[in-house]
Write a protein that binds this ligand. Structure first.
Ligand SMILES: Cc1ncc(COP(=O)(O)O)c(C=O)c1O
Length: 382
């Protein structure tokens, strides 16, 4: 039976297929691949991810706790900043990456005196800014002018690097390995001397690699990883994709609640929202794929609708779509590829119904693992 709407439906069999691709890359390169929890953090899916991946990438304290509680001991924490009270990170993480040298200096004494460091259970790295913009969306470009993400080469002059044994960069966004090749060239230009220091044992190449897309050039990725390993004499290369392990593994089921005319537009209002339930649709922005009666929309035709969300935001618009028949109140529209950057980012804006979460297991059986009600909305505010 299909879940009642609104609902996210997560398909574990698809996650398994994606992870098998990642396992193959690991086997052919010896690299480590971890799930970036910022994109997808559903403990119910961790058993499948854990069969193939090495651990998690956490952006901060709560993700690190979740990773340690439900996934395992390899927790690579990489946040723009850590609060003075975040000392538990040193018990939870296997690696902590610092965004700037000033932040590293602030934490260094604590970090180097921590018993887990002295017993070699944790190591520290520095996030670098390769200064190589390869994407097209400024909001997702950590190399943009004045970026607050990653250390610039100019900051490294006279730097004291004692205690650092790894480097990290993250500058891609759903890109192919040709963008990684360009980035690695820039990295070598700006940071080659640093990477060749014997103390640097690992390089983390961040996320944004579209590893599970059909058109992804895996051979180039594999060559680039091997070249980096040899070139800098690295013990470990890490990738921390968020999207790739769960690509196409989630759908957002919605229903049409109202249909009316507004000037030349025919509006259909749904029981989901772009701003509250699929925020990247507005931030990127992009037009999500969907199906009606199992069919994708047409490129053109007679039945055109502007699909709107159910919040008060004037721009809570999902997009304009042509359908093979007129929409009716009660129709189910299923938005595709909704596992990543949705459930981790949703809000209770306007107090509208939050989609429930249903897991489809590898035998095709569905179980609703979380429903939301008024108490959930209220508890966040009191
Ligand atoms: C530091 C870092 N690592 C990994 C990721 C995951 O990226 P993606 O989901 O595009 O693979 C991100 C995304 O913003 C990130 O900022």
């Amino acid at each position: 039976m299909r879940p009642s709407t609104p609902a996210y439906l997560i398909d574990l069999a698809v996650i398994r297929q994606n992870c098998e691709v990642l396992s193959e890359i690991k086997a052919r390169t010896g690299c480590r691949i971890i799930q970036a929890l910022k994109a997808f953090a559903l403990p119910g899916a961790f058993p499948v991810l854990r069969d193939h991946l090495d651990g998690c990438c956490a952006s901060g304290l709560w993700e690190a706790r979740l990773a340690r509680e439900f996934f395992g001991e390899t927790v690579v924490t990489c946040g723009p900043v850590y609060r003075d009270t975040d000392t538990d990170l040193f018990d939870l993480s296997s690696h902590i990456i610092f965004n700037s040298l000033s932040h590293w200096y602030r934490w260094r004494d604590y970090a180097l005196n921590h018993p887990r460091y002295q017993q070699d259970y944790i190591s520290y790295g520095l996030r670098l800014n390769p200064q190589c913009s390869t994407g097209s969306t400024p909001i997702y470009d950590p190399c943009r002018h004045g970026s607050r993400l990653g250390t610039l080469p100019s900051s490294l002059q006279n730097a004291d690097l004692e205690g650092l044994s790894g480097c990290h960069f993250h500058s891609l966004c759903d890109q192919n390995s040709d963008a990684l090749a360009l980035t690695l060239e820039a990295l070598d230009l700006h940071f080659g001397d640093l990477l060749r220091l014997p103390q640097i044992r690992w390089l983390n190449m961040g996320g944004g690699h579209a590893l599970t897309r059909v058109q992804y050039d895996q051979k180039l990725l594999i060559d680039l990883i091997k070249q980096s390993q040899d070139h800098y004499n690295l013990e470990e290369v890490w990738l921390e994709p968020g999207e790739a392990p769960v690509l196409n593994a989630g759908a957002l089921h919605s229903s049409v609640l109202d249909i009316f005319q507004s000037g030349k537009e025919t509006i259909a209002i749904l029981d989901v929202s772009a701003t509250a339930h699929m925020p990247d649709v507005l931030e990127m922005p992009y037009r999500p794929d969907l199906t009606l009666d199992g069919s994708p929309p047409l490129d053109r035709g007679a039945h055109r609708y502007l699909l709107g969300g159910s919040t008060c935001l004037a721009g809570d618009i999902i997009g304009s779509y042509y359908f093979h028949r007129p929409l009716r109140v009660g129709d189910r529209l299923i938005f595709e590829d909704m596992a990543q950057y949705t459930m981790v980012k949703t809000t209770y804006f306007n107090g509208i119904q939050h989609p429930s979460i249903t897991l489809r297991d590898e035998n095709g059986k569905d179980e609703t693992i979380r429903s939301f009600d008024y108490e959930d909305f209220k508890q966040r505010l009191m």
